[in-house]
Design a protein around this ligand. Sequence first.
Ligand code: RUB
Length: 326
Amino acid sequence: MTDEPDERIVPDVHETAADIASMEIRGAATIADAAAAALASQATASTAGTSAAFEAELQAAARRLYETRPTAVSLPNALRYVLRDMDGESVAALRESVVESARSFREDLSDAQDRLGRIGANRLRDGDTVMTHCHSTDALACVKGAVDQGKDVSAVVKETRPRKQGHITAEALREWGVPVTLVVDNAARRYLERVDHVLVGADSIAADGSVVNKIGTSGLAVNARDRGVPVMVAAQTIKLHPGTLTGHTVEIENRAETEVVSDSERDRITDGHPADPEFVVENPAFDVTPPRYVDAIVTEHGQFPPESIVTLMRELFGTDVGEPWD
Ligand code: RUB
């Protein structure tokens, strides 16, 4: 094993991978879109002399992208989609097939989000208030859909520690004229009595209908059930995790402790002994909400009770998904 960068991989792919890892590019749908675009860049800029070399390059680029963030299944699903149809006798034909697959994938992604948004919007009534967690473009598409239908919708937006993606949600909602109340995560239960829906996105959905999303989603869902507030998960089918059909589990990403405590805060807590082995910070980025706390999963194919999502998953993916970058 060597840490030397793979010279066959074009700068665009390295940049996209670095941006996904640092969360400059973030959110499951946006990551999938960027990964497909990066594979198209690799295909376009490739100088491979043979079909075999071209295919190996694309696999290496896909692996580089795949290794950035482990939880959002939209990333491997996007890579699989683009590589699956790589076909042709010559480098030129292969290149064209990859560029075309990436283009159609990205177009489908955007169409799916629009369709999902219109379906999710039907669940929201005029005058409703939603509570959001983190920043999900799929969840926001439902609010946008409702606004476009002429409904007055308002939002209680959870800040979402440690990276405060709630601010991005608040900004998008204000752009559409939606009134926003921003609250810290710990205030969620108190504000649940004022809201009509909890509306979140997903990074992965397992075959049993469990929803993997930003850390704090599961606690919010349990509190919402206790308060009688329905929980709606907006997730394009690219978020369905086909590996869970064959017993695989979804890896939960752990991120750097510096997102939680700064070096000077660590220093203060440990009284000037920053290497104190008895002081540990953990920063899991996602958690799992069991299906019993979810009322509906809204996809571009309609809304589903979480327990029946497995049928859609089988239909769309089958069980033989493979990892074309290996
Ligand atoms: C983002 C997050 C979002 C999902 C869905 O986490 O949990 O709810 O990715 O987003 P992070 P979208 O900020 O760590 O990437 O609906 O845009 O795909």
